[in-house]
Design a binder for this molecule. Sequence first.
Ligand code: NAG
Ligand code: NAG
Ligand code: NAG
Length: 343
Amino acid sequence: MRFTPGRKKITSIWLWLLLVIAFLVALSQFTPHTSRISSWTFERPLQKETPSDVVLVVASQREDNTTWLQSAFPDWEKVVFVTDDENAANSVPANRGREAMVYLTFIIEHYDNLPRVAIFHHASEYQWHNDDPLFDGRRVLSRLQIPYVEQKGYVNLRCAWTLGCPAEIRPFDESDLNAVPTSPDARAGWFYKAAFEELFPEIPMPQVVGVSCCAQFAVTAERIRKRPRADYERYRRWLLETPLADSLSGRILEYSWHIMFGEEAVYCPNASDCYCNLFGLCNIHCEDEGNCRSQYTLPKYSQLPSGWPDIDWDGTWRNITELRTEQELDFAPRPSLASRQIR
Ligand SMILES: *[C@@H]1O[C@H](CO)[C@@H](O)[C@H](O)[C@H]1NC(C)=O
Ligand SMILES: *[C@@H]1O[C@H](CO)[C@@H](O)[C@H](O)[C@H]1NC(C)=O
Ligand SMILES: *[C@@H]1O[C@H](CO)[C@@H](O)[C@H](O)[C@H]1NC(C)=O
């Protein structure tokens, strides 16, 4: 095909347009304090979340029932990994290290394309460690104050201190170089110091490590990118190659995420402040700095009764709709002062 002079003109106009667009795109990458995603969507209020602003990253196994996620959080994208199914839409290189393998794989695979906020979560709606009177993860997540997460950069999804705070591991005191990594009664603390030296050679060994348990947290893209992708690849390689049992390597990372994302080794905000800032549950009654028992009480067993929450611990049926309504009235979420001050 031969170009007529007119066509040439049109082609050069298109070229100019492309250049201008490329320039604008490049410019938008340098806008301070806004993410790449929000710079594309500046005509909408920033506080409003779009699907790719928040991604819920879920670590599941084939036996888990994740249908509760389908109808929940319509504004959030969900990325559900299935660790024991290599044909799953989202799979991991090897089923090792429990949820840690999923979280690291998500970060590595999406490093250049991270959501503003990534929430890392387990698969079941009801789990003994979810910070809610019914241990309901859906309610925990529905209350999460995303602007607060963006302000802080990293948050743990539990405010209760029971298990993990104010001190879970004392690396120097517990380190045991002769401990057998596959022994059934092995404790993560025995191996923590050696692992920490390997994972975080740039960070001085902490005397005490504390963070509320159970490896569910939210973190911003900005915070994740404080480290190069190569770091996360190195952590995953460690997880793949370590002789430690999954329960131990997973536990070591459970008590490392906050440090990996730049927090102090003891990350234990006062529970009362934490509920208010993180979930908008302000002015709830707290027995001490780490416990507000109306909100979270450690259950008798880690296995919730079959039929929970409709079936109570003693096997009796209860009207859960009624109970939820009562609890919602007691602790009606309000936007916290902190989150209202943002932007
Ligand atoms: C999965 O959970 C949903 C409720 O979220 C329930 O309706 C469904 O029956 C469950 N599926 C299985 C296979 O248990
Ligand atoms: C938690 O911190 C707030 C202020 O940050 C303080 O008013 C409150 O007394 C603290 N609560 C406890 C139990 O320490
Ligand atoms: C449970 O309580 C709600 C609200 O009080 C009521 O509408 C519903 O009928 C009750 N369900 C059952 C099965 O009793």
